[in-house]
Ligand binder design. Sequence first.
Ligand code: NAD
Ligand code: DAU
Length: 384
Amino acid sequence: MNIMKKQDFFFFALVFQPQCTHNGSMHSEDLRTVLVTGGAGFIGSNLVRLLVKEKGIRVINLDKLTYAGNLESLADLDGDPNHLFVQADLCDGEQMRSIFREHQPDAVMHLAAESHVDRSIDGPGEFIQTNVVGTFQLLQAALEYYRGLEGARKNAFRFHHISTDEVFGTLQMGDPAFTETTPYDPHSPYSASKASSDHLARAWMDTYGLPVLVTNCSNNYGPYQFPEKLIPVVILKCLRGDVIPVYGKGENIRDWLYVVDHAEALHCVLTRGSPGETYNIGGNNERQNIELVQSLCGILDELRPGATPYAENISFVTDRPGHDLRYAIDASKIKRELGWEPKETFASGFRKTVQWYLDNEAWWQRIVSGDYQLTRLGQESNAG
Ligand code: NAD
Ligand code: DAU
């Protein structure tokens, strides 16, 4: 069995791979077709757009189209021969194998997941199915395909598993930020399922030699985020004149990264990262929730003034069960080794995002006039 060891990959990376710049103009010649899972979701759609439009890569976009998947987020790629959409469920192992056989990808970027903490509290079953069982099925199909590759194509193949900072658990104020070696300590069904999938991905490298890269990223914001997450919830509640729900006392802290910066980081890791390695990705933008919500209200006061300041509608509501106090990412490794750092600042990224929701009302109106109507999730313990 041909199993390349981590140290061999590291030597290969040191000797043969040029320095990654943030603009990432030097993508590998070997990277022509990438299988992206979850490409109709928030981060996935932003990543697919970047790969197809900016990096000249052909994307096979594999997505089940759950409530969170939306092909309208990729309407600007309609008719583009470099974007091929395949509706499929990760958990269907036979379909995963046939997608590899048919499309012969040079790499996999695995984003498909159930991703909302509040939904994982209400119904953890889907999280175990998709995030754990689905990742297992995808890894098995990727391994079978990888074993059939030869020569340069085999050496260049990568399985990039996209994960979250939530697997590291929670920090107290003043604790140092999460590094790549921080022990796992997940608290929600969502983060526990993502932690499981991270362990599976690494085990498939260590045991079977599948060349796996793992990234753990902080909170993303930007265009096309489903309006169940904090940023779009706040913007849409403001625009509808509703109460703006802030969980607990609003003192929880998250690190915020503009989604296109994340997509650039993922491309950088895929083309320059060393298999067997983990890279933390973050925005260097820690904010208390209440401070962030007030900033968003302030931006909207300027861009779409209401009768009274939007912040007057902020309401502190019952906390999320198991609510992690603080996440913070030490992203020095990806900067030092691959040369990536975020372009957007807190001010520029949030202003762009608010403006995007103002300019794209048709996109979010179709969502909030369907099954989901901005209702509070994650309060009950109806697991099972
Ligand atoms: P999202 O919920 O917006 O999109 C998830 C996509 O996966 C959807 O298009 C959905 O249809 C698809 N999907 C779900 N189950 C599937 C299945 N069984 N088979 C095939 N497709 C399926 O999620 P997101 O916010 O874009 O997150 C993408 C990935 O990035 C996730 O793995 C998440 O854990 C990770 N992540 C997210 C953030 C964040 O802030 N949003 C931060 C760090 C990491
Ligand atoms: O840290 C990365 C993670 O960020 C990703 O792995 C997840 O997929 C993504 O959903 C996100 O998780 P969070 O739970 O941090 O995101 P959310 O937007 O749900 O909540 C952000 C913070 O805002 C959190 O402290 C809870 C709080 N909150 C959230 C909502 C929806 C509120 O105060 N009010 C709300 O209405």
